[in-house]
Design a protein around this ligand. Structure first.
Ligand code: SAM
Length: 189
């Protein structure tokens, strides 16, 4: 799928207010970078990671985005020792990365995750269980060490909004070091 011209996911837009201006954001498996660009335009410093250099090149010239062409599925976690105020993952799943995502998140950080889930195979791709979340699986990611995240919002089910139905799971969670976050973006007067 060509994500170049796609708008950011409504789930990511809905919870973008949890990511402070100036935050260091990781867009994991960024593709053409619709979310990297979205957060950079909101004042974040974004690291966009993907193995597809041509896709990441869509972000060339954006001074608040650092592109990193990396294979996330071969070898050791390539971002060892790096910490992020927010991690965004959309339409990508590689379960071995879950513990690394949690340790890479600052204690007051934000995890925004959305991807396909079991049941999606009835409607099309992805249909491989390796690429489909199990029931409640993102909640187990939020509960991983080093300390459980506070789940701000979670949903799973059939989404009929797109061009074709899909089964998805979505999480917005913050580090326990955060005071209770606002559920909606504060309005400016
Ligand atoms: C469906 S696209 C999603 C792109 C983006 N997150 C979005 O929502 O627009 C999945 C992305 O995962 C990337 N990807 C798949 N396997 C990867 C790997 N082993 N290492 C790094 N990136 C990978 C692909 O190159 C592709 O850009």
């Amino acid at each position: 799928m060509n994500h170049r011209r796609l708008d950011p996911s409504p789930w990511i837009v809905r919870f973008a207010h949890l990511v402070p201006v100036g935050a260091r954001v990781l867009d994991l498996a960024a593709g053409h970078g619709r979310h990297a660009r979205f957060f950079a335009d909101r004042g974040a410093q974004v690291v966009a990671v993907d193995r597809d250099a041509a896709a990441l090149a869509s972000l060339d010239g954006h001074r608040s985005v650092a592109n990193r062409v990396l294979d996330l599925e071969s070898g050791a976690w390539p971002l060892e020792g790096e910490r992020f105020d927010a991690i965004v993952v959309v339409n990508y799943l590689h379960r071995r990365l879950f513990p690394h995502l949690r340790t890479a998140l600052q204690p007051d950080g934000v995890l925004l995750y959305e991807t396909f889930a079991m049941g999606n195979e009835a409607y099309g791709r992805p249909a491989n269980p390796d690429f489909l979340l199990c029931r409640d699986e993102l909640l187990t990611v939020a509960a991983l060490p080093p300390s459980p995240l506070t789940v701000v919002a979670f949903e799973q089910g059939r989404d009929a909004d797109g061009a074709r139905p899909s089964v998805v799971q979505r999480l917005a969670a913050v580090g326990a070091a955060r005071v209770w976050p606002p559920l909606v973006a504060p309005t400016t007067t």
